[in-house]
Design a binder for this molecule. Sequence first.
Ligand SMILES: C[S@@+](CC[C@H](N)C(=O)[O-])C[C@H]1O[C@@H](n2cnc3c(N)ncnc32)[C@H](O)[C@@H]1O
Length: 220
Amino acid sequence: MDKPPNAPKEIALEARAREGGRLFSPSAARNRDPIRDVFLAHMPHRGAILEIASGTGEHVVHLAAALPEARFFPGDPDPASRASIAAWTAHLGLENIAPPHAIDAARKDWVDAAPAPLDAVVSINMIHIAPFDAAIGLIAGAGAVLRPGGRLFLYGPFSRRGEHTAPSNAAFDQSLKAREPSWGVRDLDLDIVPLAEKAGLALERVIEMPANNLSVVFAR
Ligand SMILES: C[S@@+](CC[C@H](N)C(=O)[O-])C[C@H]1O[C@@H](n2cnc3c(N)ncnc32)[C@H](O)[C@@H]1O
């Protein structure tokens, strides 16, 4: 069915519950603990951490509660997501989370709005649900705003060397492209690592996660 011309742009593939301003993402409820655990094991525990595409904000509050010495800068181009991030932060009374930013990673000038230098940049489940320009901008920008030794953390489904890692990821890739031809599962080795290397970021760690997702850590 065609959408009305002024329908809100689709930003998530799941039905989200709402309570006050807080949005609840079923996928974030499933993956926030494994992501937090990998983050604690392999990412900085203090300093300034920028999140791009925070969505409901459930990941950032989970990470901020676990890392009280870090200061988080979450954000999303979607206003309802920004309202949810602020509502989750207030609900939990977390003082190490800044008000949400409106960064669009596809815009080359997002680095001008970022607090720099940063100890980490994080983006969870974004680059396959956005045009490839968002991945290009995210990674180039991370190379510019991270301090030497800073880390870029990506989470999501990836193919490896041109091959899907599971039939479910191949089907997911097809369904993403059917919804929006510019979306799709990205190839870690062929698409993402070359962008990272161009931005001065070295692939440090690839961690297999539940449901055929990967956590990927790059070092500046
Ligand atoms: C599937 S949601 C993931 C949200 C959250 N990270 C999570 O895992 O629950 C994808 C998010 O990417 C955001 N997004 C899409 N294009 C973007 C862009 N160019 N720059 C920054 N964020 C973008 C959307 O607004 C949406 O909140």
